[in-house]
Design a protein around this ligand. Sequence first.
Ligand code: GLA
Length: 716
Amino acid sequence: MRRDVQVYIGRLRAMNPSSEQEPVASAIYSQDASSKVSIQITTHNAALRFTIDEHGKLFQSGFGSKGIHLTDCSEAFPTWGNGWVFEPALSVIHADGNTSTDLRVSRWSKTGQITKIELKDPEYPFFVDLLFRTIEAEDVIEVWTVLRNEEDGEVKLEAYASSALHFGDGDFWLTQFHGQFTDEAKMAEEKLGYGLKVLDSKLGVRAHQFRAPWLLLSKGGPLQEDEGEVFGGSLAWSGSFRFAFEVLPNGELQTLCGVNPFASAYKLAPGEAFETPKMIWAWSDRGAGDLSRKLHRYIRREVIRDGDEPRAVLLNNWESTYFDFDEGKIVSLFEGAREIGLDLFLLDDGWFGQKYPRNDDTQGLGDWTPDPRKLPNGIGALTRAAKEKGLRFGLWFEPEMVNPRSELFEKHPEWLIRQPKRQIELQRNQMVLDLTNPEVREFVFDVIEGTLSRNPGISYIKWDCNRYITQPGSPYLHRDMQENLQVDYVRGLYAVMEKVATSYPDVQIMMCSGGGGRVDLGAMRFAHELWPSDMTDPVRRLFIQWGFSYFMPAIAVANHVTLSGESSLKFAFDVAFSGRLGMDVDLDKLSKADREVARSAVAVYKEIRELVQLGDLYRLESPYAGPRSSLMYVKENGAVVFLYSLGDSPPACLRLKGIVPSCSYSVREINVATEGLDLNSNLSGRALIEGGLPVPALGPCESAVFHLERPVETGP
Ligand code: GLA
């Protein structure tokens, strides 16, 4: 055996977990301790365990079911340059140029939900705190790191993972959610083999264009819906991220997740601390379905704003007018919205620009003054007219961006992210403002503040971001600090978002980014919902919504009915029903019959809104397996079942989940123009679970929605 491999094996299996001590609530670790100390971070069903050896080295001895102790015990948070020869969690160049770090535990403590393990390099005043926050009921652990430089000079962080977890031996299948503009969240699964697998983004300003910052890891076999051990991971960060999976030579899986350190080495001045974003890990031994339900509850309660308040049904004008509208046109949409029963109107892109009117995407971005040609009476006239019709009013912003053809660019060419000596590279004719610069942050906040304070009728914002960073240079940051840009941009963005959220607690926010580009749990802390995709053809969107459902609760996923695609209006509504419903249709142009379809669909959605938005999701049949696709939401007092057919689906029972076997349910088909399917009104939960709901043949783009009402206890 080669020597380096021996060293490595020694560090992986140095401990014998059977000699662990009982955990204590807090301890100062003494390096003279003669025995090993165990630290357990537990939720209802899962545990993450660490052990400190007699030399103060920290090892991880398990992650998974509380009942199972892994025998493997590998170095926790491995550092570069002092023995570890695989991907490190941390790589630091110290003030004196030393490229190695050695970490020993100095103390650990547990306060409420938070466990903190404090590590220090014995030779340097360089400190690393590993932090873990448990959300017990949902088997979720938030993991992050704080690094502190007390050296007498700058240190350079070359790799700085938020979480470095070992998953032990075994076979693992990794599911990623990749895609593109209008084709987001496509699921792809692969078995992890030896070596390194990386899922990442280098986009800087937003996490996702090609890959959402989420992952699923299934242990022992491919991902299953209702069985098997599965881990879900998601980084709460809107910039570049990196998830690295390395199956080490001993067969053990190591994962490193955090900000993408590629071209983003971060310089830390003496006395400065660096807090990484949180990596959220959720665990289940009952498959992806149970995992998603836990994640949904966690996200509703701990991440998004007002996660238990059902959302408004809105009308957006983007696909019906694009940039071509004026006050008269917009006001004319209000009457239809009211008739149909919608709650809120969202005015999209195109409302601003004086010198450079925003009539297309080539100009005006950055000049947030209403265009007097389109809106001679300003936004106020619209909010008042909306109010008269009983509608709330929302407005689109893309505050981090600028078109070169804009007054803002003319005034502040130094505010752009760009590389010196390079020709500016545009995407959608626009550039990113440099939010590392406090003046720019102030400008961005003032844009929103100014518009909201002048127009108190605005109660909703769509916050868009239609490009990513391709030339990462900051005119504001010192030339030696250029690589700090990727991190400092996102921190600047969060500072502005936080200020908006705290200054306007009653204004709801939708995150959008050329469709679903900013769907991370970092930005979602400041928002209520997200726009998953500009793809609104219901057939294609079904797959996108399916992908989103693994992490995002329905209440946070905005689905708008449009005229895109070939399917019927009913099918479009049924697809949009399974999240937060909205419409983006020129209601004036709908036939009388279609307006009636829409009116009745909106009324039906309002009946099931709480079930969908606050219920537990059960995925029944995947569109990937086709031709049918089905999912349902369950609450104590009922359930709603969605069934879609993408091709010819023969009659077949639909086996339901999540309902109570001992209850009987009255089942009714809803959102039907004429008579619904003739179903027995009282079906037992057991029969619906075991035998299934009998549904007839459906053709391409046909759908059905079933409402199961109020279970009545009928005994065991
Ligand atoms: C992005 C969004 C769209 C719309 C346009 C406006 O593409 O995803 O929904 O708001 O910008 O320009």
